[in-house]
Design a protein around this ligand. Structure first.
Ligand code: SAH
Ligand code: SF4
Length: 367
């Protein structure tokens, strides 16, 4: 999404309405044109200025010369046997991130990345083995959505049913460590005159960045998912190292304060099922005790393996027992069906070597 991709022209994707109006005024256009341009870019998905027929005839070539509405470049696109789709996207500076679409019967969720790599080395997560390279910009986050919409031809924004109906911030990176850009991107995605995805259909997943949680709820009002994965600090310190900074008690009290959380709008606790590590009956009972009084539900995620990972997934029988204990305690706790494992698109499997790293590898193979 840099000048390399847009060939020296400024990319407008990722600018908010005020910034878009400022760009237009700076080149002698009236600020009200920003509303029209917004409609073309985010409602119609148009990137060719010559086709933006409500813009004046004089303005169209001028805009085309100065600006672009370019998406990240698709480096690789794969479709799983279960129809999940994964894109490896390049951002013009040798960095790449992955984005995944998970279809359901009459809808589907798009899993967006917020960073290239991640600073938090959760021991069961493939992304965590890739050092943080950088935060993604708001344009690069919105750009992932635009690529997916292009791929499914979902322009203009459908009024009724949509393939791309939900967004989950569960791709690469910790979204609350890049909150400014994530917030700006989600506001663009939620805008009713553009891509128009309601906050009720957006879920942000955090490993537990406690100081940012309240702001996320207040500013965005999106659903919150929290990667809990353990019921004692001793174990969580090892699995999700951010726990050393913000232990379970602090995390759960931030959940209790999360704006907008109530029984109709519960916080999802994600729990990766690791055989012999966190999946005993006693663990399930302790979880019930921990979240008592909280508007909570659980998502039990079978561990998705990756090359070099040392964990094993819990047995189906033990996962079922675990789920039943939570159910009996009054909590919904479905065991998720892994999607896109054959293309390494399932939860926690995303990782992309930077182009530079890949070139180095290729060079050494050739030598
Ligand atoms: N950084 C954020 C969001 C991205 S990870 C977070 O940690 O919440 C999305 C979810 O996938 C998290 O719950 C994460 O713990 C989980 N996950 C990571 N690696 C996994 C793996 N190998 N198998 C199953 N789930 C995994
Ligand atoms: Fe980062 Fe989330 Fe993976 Fe942990 S689970 S390393 S926070 S992406």
């Amino acid at each position: 999404m840099t000048d390399i991709i847009s060939q020296g022209r400024k990319n407008l994707i990722g600018l908010d309405r005020t910034e878009l109006a400022a760009e237009l005024t700076a080149v002698g256009e009236k600020p009200f044109r920003a509303k029209q341009l917004w409609h073309w870019i985010y409602y119609r998905g148009e990137s060719d200025f010559s086709k933006m027929t409500t813009m004046s005839k004089v303005a169209r070539p001028k805009l085309a010369e100065l600006f672009s509405a370019s998406r990240p470049v698709i480096t690789r696109e794969e479709t799983s046997e279960d129809r999940s789709r994964k894109w490896l996207l390049g951002f013009g500076d040798a960095n790449e991130a992955e984005c995944v679409y998970i279809p359901e019967k009459d809808r589907g969720a798009l899993c967006l990345s917020s960073q290239v790599g991640c600073t938090l080395n959760c021991s069961f997560c493939h992304t965590g083995t890739q050092k943080l390279v950088r935060n993604l910009t708001s344009g690069e986050i919105v750009g992932q959505m635009m690529v997916a919409r292009d791929s499914y031809g979902e322009w203009p924004s459908p009024r009724g049913e949509r393939m791309l109906s939900n967004i989950v911030m569960m791709g690469m990176g910790e979204p609350l460590y890049n909150f400014e850009n994530v917030s700006k991107a989600l506001k663009i995605i939620m805008d009713p005159e553009g891509i128009s995805i309601s906050k009720r259909r957006i879920t942000l997943s955090t490993s537990g960045v406690v100081p940012m949680m309240e702001r996320c709820g207040k500013e965005l009002g999106v659903n919150l998912a929290v990667s809990l994965h353990a019921c004692t600090d001793e174990l969580r310190d090892k699995l999700v190292p951010i726990n050393r900074k913000h232990p379970i008690k602090e995390l759960l009290s931030a959940c209790r304060r999360y704006p907008g959380a109530n029984n109709a709008n519960r916080i999802t606790f994600e729990y990766v099922m690791l055989k012999g590590v966190n999946d005993s009956d006693a663990d399930a009972k302790e979880l019930l005790r921990l979240v008592r009084g909280l508007p909570a539900k659980f998502n039990l995620i079978p561990f998705n393996p990756w090359p070099g990972s040392t964990f094993e997934c819990s047995t189906p029988a033990q996962s079922k027992r675990f789920s039943n204990i939570l159910n009996k305690g009054g909590l919904s706790a479905p065991i998720r069906v892994p999607r896109g494992r054959d293309i390494m698109a399932a939860c926690g499997q995303l990782k992309s070597d930077s182009i530079r790293q890949r070139r180095k590898k290729t060079a050494s193979v050739e030598a």
